[in-house]
Design a protein around this ligand. Sequence first.
Ligand code: DAH
Length: 340
Amino acid sequence: MNQKIEEILAAISELRANTEKEIEELRIKYLGKKGEVTALFEEFRNVLPEQKREFGQKLNVLKNAVQSKIESLKENIAETGAAKTSCDLTKPGDRMDLGTRHPISITREEIISIFHKFGYTVAEGPEIEDDWHVFGALNFPPEHPARDMQDTFFIHASDNPVLLRTHTSSVQVRAMEKMDLPIRVLCPGRVFRNEAISARAHCIFHQVEGLYIDKGVSFADLKQAVLLFAREMFGEDTEIRLRPSYFPFTEPSAEVDVSCNICKGKGCNICKGTGWLEIMGCGMVDPNVLEASGIDSKVYSGFAFGMGIERIAMLKWQVKDLRHYFENDVRFLRQFETVI
Ligand code: DAH
């Protein structure tokens, strides 16, 4: 009898049941009229009087153990049953709101990846600059208006002023100082100008500067690079035109227009009826600029170009107000979700 009690005790600790029916079967197996525990109680009648006390206690322990095991199996089923109705663990999880890439970042990456194919690497430079890298080395005369407080943010104005760069051409100077020739580099970054904020102007915006210096680089190379870029950016049938212009750091200089991709050159309100949209400035690097950075202008020549990222993005997506790019209104930003 002792052995049978031990066996049942060991067995019940292992009991498992998934349904109420299975639990009921277990209850009958142990505690039913013909159950194993009930049978032991029957046997108890034949136990010698002096052993009754000991076996009586053991049998009661056994019966309690079986009953509490059955109760706990019932509770388990009730819990998982309740859980089943409120949560389906096989369902896919909720979609996480990851946000979107900013249109300026998307455009910046697109410009970089286009020029990457032509072998350009990326260089970055400081936003807080000195006069030499923003103006001096780029052939700006001392009385140039850009050197005025009206146009440039000065951190301190002295004989050796510290200022916020007004263009990323400053990084082209740093590239010429540091990099080995030939140089083929793109310089993206933020620039700062002392402008009143409006739909068409902002005191902070982004530019990408390009620079290519090697032996025998010509204006034809510049034109070809710009044409390939324009077609990759705005579509295969895009045409370009170069208008003569002036920048202190390039000679000759030009402004680049692309054929309007909205009206296909017919004239619309985006291109103001001209069929052309201005996208960048460019030119052959002035020999003075090469020499200022220690490059022999008799051996080397090069071209440079600079474009505003906001401007390119505006043309790509017809954004009419520059301020949208800085306000980070999610209703604006979410429109670029599918662009990436
Ligand atoms: N730095 C000029 C600007 O901010 C843009 C520019 C024009 C860059 C002509 C160039 C260039 O490299 O050749 O308006």
